[in-house]
Design a protein around this ligand. Structure first.
Ligand code: COA
Length: 186
């Protein structure tokens, strides 16, 4: 499905554009925002290449990556990224990720972004399961997932290498409501 545009009350999620390089650079250079993520610092050229890879992947015939800009509607400011990565078409399973610049935290934007992209995944991509892995010290991410109805399913040991440190991941997931099945008897 391309292009995707998801309109919420205060934010929208839209396809990335080469013109987003400066905003993505600012977000990925924000140490507070990336300290729980396996991100290497990138310069402007590297961000432009990374963005091009994401945009190319978004145009794949069989699209499996949905990286979307989180845009504040009142001023069109790009505040960060939200992404669904389909891990299995057969099993209709995708991984959720998100990243907001730290100056935008604490205003409910993260909650709205997760709600919008999760609803899109279930309602428009037909996903059955959406999961996310939060690094074990990532309190904000855990709280956000819990507030959006994700259940904690367990610990993935040594799931992330952050710098020179192995970090456990907290696995969270939501599943689509099952269609009621009527069992005919007699
Ligand atoms: C996780 C993140 C998106 C949250 O964004 P946000 O806009 O600040 O979140 P919200 O304002 O919508 O808050 C969502 C919930 O988390 C809680 N929360 C947010 N930041 C928190 C923090 N630092 N510590 C504890 N709780 C926090 C809020 O109180 C709220 O809970 P509530 O609904 O029960 O009141 C943001 O912190 C971020 O981008 N972090 C860096 C990237 C990252 O860690 N991504 C996760 C990859 S798994």
């Amino acid at each position: 499905m391309y292009p995707v545009l998801i309109e919420g009350s205060r934010i929208s999620l839209r396809e990335l554009d080469a013109a987003d390089t400066a905003a993505v650079l600012a977000t990925t250079a924000d140490h507070n925002a990336t300290k729980h993520l396996p991100f290497q610092a990138m310069d402007k050229h590297e961000v432009a290449v990374y963005l091009k890879e994401l945009i190319d992947a978004s145009n794949d015939q069989e699209r499996f990556l949905y990286p979307l800009a989180i845009v504040r509607r009142e001023d069109e400011q790009v505040m960060g990224l939200a992404q669904l990565g389909i891990e299995s078409f057969l099993h209709r399973r995708a991984e959720l990720g998100y990243l907001l610049g730290s100056s935008y935290w604490g205003n409910g934007y993260g909650s709205e972004a997760v709600r919008l992209i999760t609803d899109f995944g279930f309602d428009h991509l037909g996903l059955q399961r959406i999961f996310a892995v939060a690094a074990d010290r990532n309190e904000a991410s855990r709280k956000l997932l819990e507030s959006q109805g994700f259940d904690r399913e367990g610990t993935l040991r040594d799931h992330l290498l952050l710098g020179d440190r192995w970090v456990d991941g907290d696995l969270y997931a939501r599943v689509a409501p099952r269609h009621s099945q009527t069992i005919e008897t007699g």
